[in-house]
Design a binder for this molecule. Sequence first.
Ligand code: ASP
Ligand code: CP
Length: 319
Amino acid sequence: MTHCKRPSPPAGGVTARRLISIDDLSDVEIAYILNLAEHYAGFLKRSKPAPHCLAGRTQINLFFEDSTRTNLSFDLAGRKLGADVVNVPVSASSVHKGESLIDTAQTLAAMGADVMIVRARQEGLHQRLDQLLDCVVINGGAGAFEHPTQALLDAATIRSKFETLDGLTIAICGDVKHSRVAGSDARLFVRLGATVRFVGPAALMPDDNQLTDIERCTNLKDGLAGADIVMGLRMQFERMGSGGKEAAQGYFETFGLTHETLKHASPGAFVMHPGPMNRGVEIDGALADDPARALILQQVFYGVATRMAVLDALLTIGK
Ligand code: ASP
Ligand code: CP
């Protein structure tokens, strides 16, 4: 599925001025961004330079939590579109002299940011920044709450294999409770017509009042039955507190994703993982490295193309 031709924007343009939750985008904006991601994937596959639609614009990447994929793919995406990109070296910044996260972000915005990509663990920080800053705020990961560009790149990756998510069954397995990916993915996949199921031990399921429309299954065999996509999640020990390591005890034996356990899913099912992976904890290395079954590096590839699409759509279309 390669859109060589640039897709036409929605009739009313892209009206979203922020991307904090996947629900900040309308259905037509999501469809447009996914088509635009495929368009940019065509440039990346052919190592062809993309038009510099962000020339003269300033993009600031402000990551208060660790990141490899999201930070660096936003960096690449902005540069490929011609933006001036600044990666804030948070660990060497004035945050360590006691400057608050909000003062830091306002200081950076005053340097002329057109867009700021922010990763932080605090609930509500992104919304507060959106109110205070005169630039587009994009969520690069918010605590255990949302990771909307991960959801978009995951959908783009699935579409590259299945054309559409409509009618697919997608099992999201593991530490759903502490995952911001699971919530954003589930919301988006359901909107795109997929059936989504959370699979994992009861202790790692979301609270009863959250994501109530998603089926939960605490048995791997039943949870994977009929799945076209099996999405593994990392044990997010950093959000588990002191009892964290106990959650991992015996986890691989019961819920680990392997070639053997993948037999419970549809024949030809693919395995995905947002990364970083812990091999031998939630996924077997041999499965993760199997190019016939694993789409994990394709997710990374679509990370760049999708973030190019998000930056283009939010900064240039209809503005
Ligand atoms: N990298 C993803 C995130 O930041 C998933 C993970 O860390 O496990 O949410
Ligand atoms: N998937 C993801 O967000 O990876 P990073 O934490 O490395 O950015």
